[in-house]
Design a protein around this ligand. Structure first.
Ligand SMILES: *[C@@H]1O[C@H](CO)[C@@H](O)[C@H](O)[C@H]1NC(C)=O
Ligand SMILES: *[C@@H]1O[C@H](CO)[C@@H](O)[C@H](O)[C@H]1NC(C)=O
Ligand SMILES: *[C@@H]1O[C@H](CO)[C@@H](O)[C@H](O)[C@H]1NC(C)=O
Ligand SMILES: *[C@@H]1O[C@H](CO)[C@@H](O)[C@H](O)[C@H]1NC(C)=O
Ligand SMILES: *[C@@H]1O[C@H](CO)[C@@H](O)[C@H](O)[C@H]1NC(C)=O
Ligand SMILES: *[C@@H]1O[C@H](CO)[C@@H](O)[C@H](O)[C@H]1NC(C)=O
Ligand SMILES: *[C@@H]1O[C@H](CO)[C@@H](O)[C@H](O)[C@H]1NC(C)=O
Length: 526
């Protein structure tokens, strides 16, 4: 207890360093059956390598004590906040890079944006006073409404964030402290970036507290006025209408909501197999959920890193299968350090009642008319304190691969020390990113709406482990792409350097605009 307080206090005083970061993070997901994915996997031969980490010393965490005090004053312990248009999240599959999105409303009068949800970065930016933005017309994305552009001068509640403000990481670039604060975020995919100026404006939310009627809540947040996008964000492959970073940086929406005392410093996301889902700000999950502590990386809590003690297949946990992993909602498959992967797939393959063969970088695929015939073994990650994360569905289905139905394992090796717990493992769980207590929580969920003031409905914990974690027959028989698990996570390497040439000269410090996830885990999958 005491130790944690000290740690927390210390972290509050972590300072920026001048040498800095150009962190880049991007997770672009493409459909795994697309030509793009095939050529990728063929070229990659399943080898994943990540840039080495460096320059990760720039994150400060919020002061938990303050938050607790503020929350007690406001009495909002049970309050959850959701975007004013609702907690629902959407995936549009390949149309929009396989990312998950939600609608948010900003400003006065309010304007709606369909923002990509990215736990790997921290800045919320939207297309704004566009010099160079992705197409915004609905037909371009087969959406039912046009996407919008933000214009701070039209919003009566917008305020420029000046260079003098602590949140202005690029203050070194300002000629005077009164100038508007510039930002540039380089994401790691193919020259992808967003740049412009920082503003403060109202984010429209709705409270869904258990005892309070639903009411609207306005929160002042920092918004990147994204005047110029490049790469995937310019082409409209992903995030054409902006991106909401959910990382640990002070500038992220979860951080600002917590700092304002509106909700606990926590949020949850839940992805359903049908590509809908939920995001809830302030959600600390259920008392009965499983959980594990986030780990510091090089002494700092900068990203959602956890430690798996062992990997269990069937009834036994394999020896020496502990590893550290990033919990990344933006990666669609799961990656294990290669030596662990070898042990796991050997055991897995031994137990499956079929002979494996490889398809384009997925070495463990099995033909079966029905998944039951495969006898897919139970698999589970065990964390400290005997907390367990049951892998409900490690397989994905190719309904018609050369005329037969094939099931492939959605777990891959990585040649770096950190694994990634990707979206495929999270699906079906309410994943709680409890930043206040620095822990990850999870419980089975079907991602039902909580705005009816009920708890998220939980399916019973699988005491009785089904030997068949595959989708139901009904789901399997659906031919639509939505019936199958998504995406090859495509990540590109990032270059970490201090220069940010797009808008701004070099030697800039870019602190906490982004969670430097890519410094830890960038896979170069493009
Ligand atoms: C994968 O890449 C790493 C680093 O690039 C290399 O050392 C290793 O030999 C590669 N493994 C395979 C199987 O190609
Ligand atoms: C957004 O503006 C519309 C009118 O343009 C209004 O009906 C709606 O209530 C506003 N939403 C919020 C969350 O303020
Ligand atoms: C990124 O930009 C550089 C310079 O503009 C270009 O040479 C390179 O091909 C681009 N990379 C990709 C993947 O588009
Ligand atoms: C940021 O992106 C620009 C444009 O693609 C690129 O030229 C530059 O090298 C990137 N900067 C960093 C620090 O990665
Ligand atoms: C997805 O499933 C959930 C839970 O069964 C359901 O509430 C929701 O309406 C479904 N969404 C879609 C788009 O089918
Ligand atoms: C194993 O597979 C064969 C052929 O698909 C099937 O006949 C048999 O019932 C399966 N065994 C089990 C235990 O599922
Ligand atoms: C961990 O949990 C399993 C079942 O969930 C149980 O069999 C085992 O005894 C527990 N181990 C410890 C050390 O509590």
């Amino acid at each position: 207890m005491a130790a944690r307080c000290v740690v927390t206090l210390l972290m509050v005083f972590l300072l920026f360093t001048e040498t800095s970061v150009a962190v880049t993070y991007m997770s672009k997901l493409i459909h795994r059956f697309s030509d793009e994915a095939k050529s990728f996997w063929v070229s990659r031969k399943g080898n994943v390598s990540w840039p080495k980490q460096r320059n990760v010393e720039f994150f400060r965490l919020l002061l938990s004590g303050d938050l607790n005090r503020q929350r007690m004053k406001i009495g909002s312990q049970n309050q959850l906040l959701v975007p004013s248009e609702g907690s629902e999240t959407f995936s549009y599959g390949n149309e929009l890079g396989w990312l998950h999105y939600t609608w948010i409303d900003i400003g006065t009068p309010n304007v709606s944006f369909l923002v990509a949800l990215d736990a790997g970065s921290s800045l919320l930016w939207v297309p704004c006073d566009c010099i160079q933005c992705a197409p915004l017309s609905s037909y371009h994305y087969m959406l039912d409404r046009d996407l919008s552009e933000y214009s701070p001068s039209v919003s009566s509640t917008s305020k420029r964030l000046s260079c003098s403000r602590q949140l202005c990481d690029l203050h070194a670039n300002c000629k005077s402290l009164k100038e508007p604060c510039p930002y540039i975020v380089n994401y790691s995919s193919a020259n992808t970036s967003s740049s412009g100026f920082l503003f403060e404006d109202q984010l429209h939310l709705a409270s869904v507290g258990e005892h309070a009627p639903q009411s609207s809540v306005q929160a002042s947040v920092v918004i990147g006025c994204g005047r110029k996008q490049s790469g995937s964000y310019l082409d409209g492959d992903a995030a054409p209408d902006g991106l909401m970073g959910l990382g640990l940086g002070d500038i992220s929406v979860p951080s600002m909501l917590a700092k304002a005392g509106l909700v606990p410093n926590s949020f949850s996301i839940c992805f359903h197999e049908n590509y809908s889902g939920r995001i809830l700000f302030g959600d600390q999950g259920l008392a009965t959920q499983q959980s594990t502590s986030f780990l510091p990386y090089n002494g700092k809590y900068i990203t959602y890193l956890v430690e798996v003690k062992s990997y269990c297949v069937g009834s036994s946990c394999l020896k020496q299968t502990g590893f550290q992993a990033l919990v990344d909602s933006g990666t669609s498959f799961t990656y294990l350090p290669s030596e662990i992967y070898e042990k796991v797939v050997l055991e897995f393959d031994n137990r499956v009642n079929a002979t494996s063969f490889g398809i384009e970088g997925f070495p463990y695929c099995y033909e079966a008319s029905s998944p039951e015939l495969l006898n897919i073994p139970h698999m589970e990650l065990v964390f400290a304190m005997n907390q367990s994360f049951i892998i409900t569905n490690p397989m994905f289905q190719l309904p018609n691969y050369q005329g037969v139905t094939v099931y492939c394992l959605g777990i891959h090796p990585t040649y770096e020390e950190l694994g990634i717990i990707g979206q495929n493992l999270m699906t079906g769980y309410r994943m709680v990113f409890d930043r206040e207590n620095l822990k990850l929580g999870w419980s089975h969920s079907n991602c039902q709406d909580t705005s009816d003031k009920k708890r998220v409905h939980l399916t019973p914990p699988p005491d009785d482990i089904s030997p068949n974690p595959l989708p139901t027959n009904e789901q399997q028989s659906t031919p639509s792409p939505h019936a199958i698990a998504p995406a090859v996570a495509v990540r590109a390497p990032s270059k970490h350097s201090a220069s940010m040439p797009l808008l701004i000269p070099s030697q800039l410090s870019m602190v906490s605009l982004l969670l430097p996830l890519m410094t830890l885990c960038a896979g170069q999958l493009i």
